[in-house]
Design a protein around this ligand. Structure first.
Ligand SMILES: [Zn+2]
Length: 138
């Protein structure tokens, strides 16, 4: 009887949505969904990416604009970039952004906030309490 209960519990755990355990165990950096429109590149899931990073859209916009050397503008949930770009280009910038501005250097969790103190911006980690200055510039 007890064994059966254990077995049921195991099965119930195995059936938990994968997403929930993935967020707890390892932060997955979102990938951009791209549309090419004429000479422009549209990131159609830009708002979702910002939500996952928990950062304002303007912050990521400025970063991509600078890193990709192209003008960008927000269009509802989307971001419009001023030239044709490859998914690899953009996704590698998202990884860089996450490592510079989102993921805690100590515990590798994404539960962080940016706070400016004087001229320096710090990344405060809500999970482990670490506080690290941000070296990357936007
Ligand atoms: Zn941490």
């Amino acid at each position: 009887m007890e064994l059966k209960y254990e077995e049921l519990l195991k099965r119930a755990r195995a059936n938990l949505p994968k997403k929930v355990s993935a967020i707890q165990e390892r932060f997955e950096i979102p990938k951009a969904s791209l549309l090419i429109q004429g000479t422009k590149t549209v990131i159609s899931n830009f708002n979702q990416i910002c939500e996952i990073f928990n950062r304002p859209q303007e912050h990521l916009l400025k970063y991509l604009q600078r890193e990709l050397a192209t003008p960008a503008s927000i269009d509802g949930p989307r971001l419009v970039l001023g030239r044709k770009l490859l998914a690899d280009n953009i996704n590698s910038k998202l990884i860089q952004y996450a490592s510079d501005f989102v993921i805690c250097k100590v515990c590798k969790k994404p539960d962080t906030k940016l706070r400016k103190e004087g001229r320096i911006t710090y990344m405060h980690c809500m999970a482990c309490g670490a506080k690290n200055p941000i070296r990357a510039k936007i």
